[in-house]
Design a protein around this ligand. Structure first.
Ligand SMILES: O=C(O)CCC(=O)C(=O)O
Ligand SMILES: [Fe+2]
Length: 544
């Protein structure tokens, strides 16, 4: 059961509707919340399904980067209430109603709390009917309500399905709406709930300010154009910030009279998993040549602020052509000793590193790619952030790496990789004890099972005066042509090499998390590193 208004459409994922429902069924899902995308027209139209192909991305899906924030702000400053979406931004839910006979309490099975959310009743029904009850539910807290049916799912087959909302595409329609609604109150539930400022109220006020139809229409037209419409240049800039995507499946399907399915965002999970080399391939690879990697900016000594732009550009070029880059960060010399000390002091807090594939911790004996001998600690999870914490230098380093990731974002988007960073993960401090290693692996071979899984890895080494004879190199496997898993490449394994980076303080390695095979060679001394992963998407999100 699903409630859609006349200005909304349901867009199935690229995999098709049947596959989508089968997936929900297999996960025993009874409620699915579909995110809604809001139409951003370029001119007035009474046939928006045919004419509109740009949509605002739900706020939770806009990149948590400076560029993403600029995109949200672009929209916010267009309305008095500083809203991003003009209307609702919380999606709409569909629920599964069990067949008769399966559910004994059929009539009780679903309790709609609004047109947006429908709840299975065991948890909510009794509380959902009146405001008072909703309030007491809030006081009791979600935990007590035992919302076990609530599970997050980021698979493309779920997230790819969406609601397209076309609420404001023509001034005359807008006028008719507010003419019909008239002087509606800004409170609900008899005054208990005050409706916050919004475009909806701004439009009401604009309508009420004037008494003749022509002026009302003129004013609403201005408001609509100011708040919702995009010029060609604005389309381009908002596609860049990621606040807007192009979805032309509906338009094209209507124009051609046949269903044109949306594009798939990334290769199927199956083809991604193919990229995990077999045990035999791995053994062959181990015999490939090994040579020291070039570490960028080592001679310069300092990756100075004034040359940061050039430096980042060089890093992006390397990521484009080789999939990885090693560089010297050139921080002030006194920092090496401090972060080294902080890292070793945190050692007792670390736990054994584990490999997670499809949200499951992998038994290392099961998979040749999961043998790792490190001890790890996640910085924020352990509450280590902030200058007053036990690791101020590492905290600073973590935010510096975050900043680098954010600065790389617009450059990566423009590069041939067309990679968009959407957010960062918690920083991970790792220690390899003497003899510890991590066998060859891809950090994110299965896309993390998400639409926006980890795409970029950064590893910063923390070992002051590292003796190269102690080993512990990061070995990066570089296929000279094509990608790992390509048959052509597999057939020409002799062309391939490993590039070795010594884990010296201030050396930073960047690599594509879902493409570049790498391993940690065993060391004869304790070896520390700080890793950061950035999530993102390979192509424009949600477009179709
Ligand atoms: O410490 C390193 O050199 C890399 C570690 C690594 O590959 C990982 O944690 O995934
Ligand atoms: Fe790794």
């Amino acid at each position: 059961m699903f409630h859609l208004d006349h200005d909304e459409l349901f867009l199935p994922p690229p995999h098709g509707l049947q596959a989508h429902f089968q997936h929900l069924e297999a996960g025993n899902c009874r409620l699915c919340l579909y995110q809604n995308f809001e139409a951003a027209p370029q001119s007035h139209t009474l046939t928006p399904f045919l004419d509109v192909s740009y949509f605002k991305v739900p706020s939770g899906r806009v990149s948590k980067t400076p560029l993403g924030a600029a995109g949200m702000e672009f929209w916010a400053q267009r309305t008095k209430a500083h809203n991003y979406f003009l209307y609702y931004d919380n999606g709409k839910s569909a629920v599964k109603i069990p067949a008769q006979g399966v559910a004994s309490r059929r009539s009780e099975d679903i309790a709609p709390t609004s047109v947006h959310v429908l709840y299975p009743p065991n948890n909510f029904k009794a509380r959902a009917c009146t405001v008072k009850r909703v309030k007491s539910a809030k006081q009791k807290g979600l935990q007590e309500m035992n919302l076990t049916w609530m599970k997050a799912c980021h698979d493309e087959i779920v997230v790819g399905a969406k609601v397209l909302h076309y609420p404001a595409t023509h001034f005359e329609r807008l006028w008719r709406k507010y003419h019909h609604l008239g002087n509606f109150p800004a409170v609900r539930f008899g005054g208990e709930l005050v409706v916050p400022a919004s475009f909806h109220l701004e439009a009401r006020d604009e309508y009420l300010k004037y008494s003749d139809k022509t002026t009302q229409q003129e004013k609403l037209k201005e408001l609509l154009e100011r708040a919702a419409f995009l010029s060609d240049e604005e389309v381009q800039s908002q596609l860049e910030t990621g606040s807007v995507v192009s979805i032309d499946t509906v338009r094209e399907s209507l124009r051609q009279g046949v269903w044109i399915p949306p594009r798939q965002l990334r290769p199927s999970l199956f083809s991604l998993l193919q990229r995990r080399p077999s045990k035999e391939a791995m053994e062959r690879m181990q015999r490939m040549r090994r040579m020291p990697a070039e570490v960028l900016f080592e001679a310069v000594g300092l990756l100075k602020m004034e040359s940061l732009d050039q430096g980042l550009q060089k890093v992006v070029e390397q990521l484009e052509t080789r999939g990885w880059a090693a560089c010297h960060l050139g921080l002030h010399g006194c920092l090496d000793a401090r972060y080294g000390l902080e890292a070793s002091q945190l050692k007792p807090k670390m736990s054994k590193g584990a490999t997670v594939i499809e949200n499951r911790v992998v038994d290392p004996t099961e998979s040749p790619n999961a043998l790792r001998g490190d001890w790890t600690l996640f910085m924020q999870e352990q509450g280590l952030t902030g200058p007053k914490g036990p690791a101020p230098t590492l905290t600073m380093l973590e935010s510096a790496l975050t900043d680098l990731g954010m600065q790389l974002d617009p450059r990566l988007r423009r590069s041939r990789l067309q990679l968009r960073i959407t957010e960062r993960c918690d920083g991970m401090l790792a220690c390899y004890e003497e003899g510890g290693a991590y066998s060859a692996h891809l950090d994110n071979a299965d896309g993390d099972g998400r639409v926006d899984g980890r795409v970029l890895t950064m590893v910063m080494y923390l070992n002051q005066n590292w003796d190269r004879r102690a080993g512990g190199e990061l070995a990066i496997f570089e296929p000279e042509k094509g990608e790992l898993g390509d048959e052509q490449v597999e057939g020409k394994l002799t062309w391939l090499k490993w590039y070795m980076v010594s884990p010296e303080a201030n050396t930073l390695v960047l690599l594509l998390a879902d493409r570049v095979l790498h391993e940690v060679r065993s060391a004869y001394a304790e070896r520390y590193a700080l890793s950061m992963w950035f999530c993102g998407q390979h192509a424009e999100y949600g477009g179709s």
